[in-house]
Design a protein around this ligand. Structure first.
Ligand code: FES
Ligand code: FES
Length: 153
């Protein structure tokens, strides 16, 4: 079986897996990183969203061959030591989560949006496709705007 090496939350990791093995499964089952959630496994719910080289990817449909040599960041790697990422701080301040299941993916998607667009409009925020069964969308929008302010934008 081929072996793939990549950076995971700042650490070099190396795993054996088939080329088309979903990154989500490797993260959860082989590496014990359970922040990214499995919802649909079909690229619909986006609960599995992580960053690859700073861009949001749905990891249930990203094969291991596509992450070789790249930098993967999950919710577990977002904080800088004890210092939360501004998006995490905003999520706490606005008290966004309800059941919490979708929230790691929502946060990673918000981080990638703010990297591209420092002051996102409502329309840009509404393009986020991550599904929340609890309907926390209004607070997600508020928190993204709060995080944009925190980062000085
Ligand atoms: S689990 Fe990946 S999109 Fe739903
Ligand atoms: S907080 Fe429950 S699914 Fe989003």
């Amino acid at each position: 079986m081929p072996r793939y090496s990549f950076t995971l939350n700042g650490n070099q990791v190396s795993v054996e897996a088939p080329a088309d093995h979903p990154l989500l499964w490797t993260l959860r089952d082989q590496l014990g990183v359970t922040g990214p959630k499995m919802g649909c496994n079909l690229d619909v719910c986006k609960a599995c969203t992580c960053l690859i080289d700073g861009e949001a990817y749905t990891t249930c449909v990203t094969g291991m061959a596509d992450v070789e040599g790249r930098e993967v960041t999950t919710i577990e790697g977002l904080a800088d030591g004890d210092e939360l990422h501004p998006v995490q701080q905003a999520w706490l301040e606005i008290d966004v989560p309800q059941c919490g299941f979708c929230q790691p993916g929502q946060i990673m998607k918000a981080v990638s949006l703010l990297r591209k667009t420092s002051e996102p409009t409502d329309a840009e925020i509404d393009e986020i496709e991550n599904v929340c069964r609890c309907g926390t969308y209004f607070r997600i929008r508020t928190a993204i705007k709060e995080a944009a302010k925190m980062t000085g934008n």
